[in-house]
Design a protein around this ligand. Structure first.
Ligand code: PLP
Length: 149
């Protein structure tokens, strides 16, 4: 608990990354149901995201080459553009002056879908199977901005 961010005070163990994501998705969904927010059933996830190979983890993933073939099995999510500056999803060539367009789009999506959102799924790190361009890597200050949204 010493290294957990403020406000996070419980731990639920899982034995691998994919099932950790399954558990997180189910917990978020169940939380909303128990709060009486029965319409909050949807998730925002990112393009280019990788969360593992179980069905729920693939549903909140966004890498076509891995996930497309399974699309009839997956539940739909609202896709936010990942800040993958090498190939800017917002079609801006200068990432240093992009004005955090990905964050703005995320903010818009969250505002538009607030009434039906169970959670935002975001990975702070991603090592495999893709190279290192995680959806969680917004520009400096971006993680805090996502938390504030
Ligand atoms: C961000 C992220 N989430 C989930 C997983 C899936 O973890 P596991 O292979 O332990 O199921 C990975 C694996 O690379 C990952 O990078």
């Amino acid at each position: 608990m010493d290294i957990a961010p403020p406000g996070l005070c419980k731990v639920f163990y899982s034995d691998n990354g994919s099932t950790a994501v399954e558990i997180a998705v189910k917990m978020a969904f169940q939380y909303q149901q128990h709060q009486g927010h029965t319409g909050k059933t949807k998730f925002i996830s990112f393009t280019n995201a990788y969360h593992g190979d179980t069905v729920g983890a693939m549903s909140v993933g966004g890498i076509d080459i891995y996930h497309d073939v399974y699309s009839p099995l997956l539940f739909p999510t609202i896709k936010a553009p990942a800040p993958y500056c090498y190939r800017c999803p917002m079609e801006t060539s200068d990432s240093s002056s992009c004005g955090k367009l990905c964050l703005k789009e995320l903010e818009r999506l969250m505002a538009d879908h607030a009434h039906e959102l169970a959670a935002l799924v975001i990975e702070p790190e991603c090592r495999a199977p893709v190279d290192d361009h995680p959806a969680g890597r917004f520009c400096p200050g971006g993680t805090r901005a996502v938390q504030q949204i």
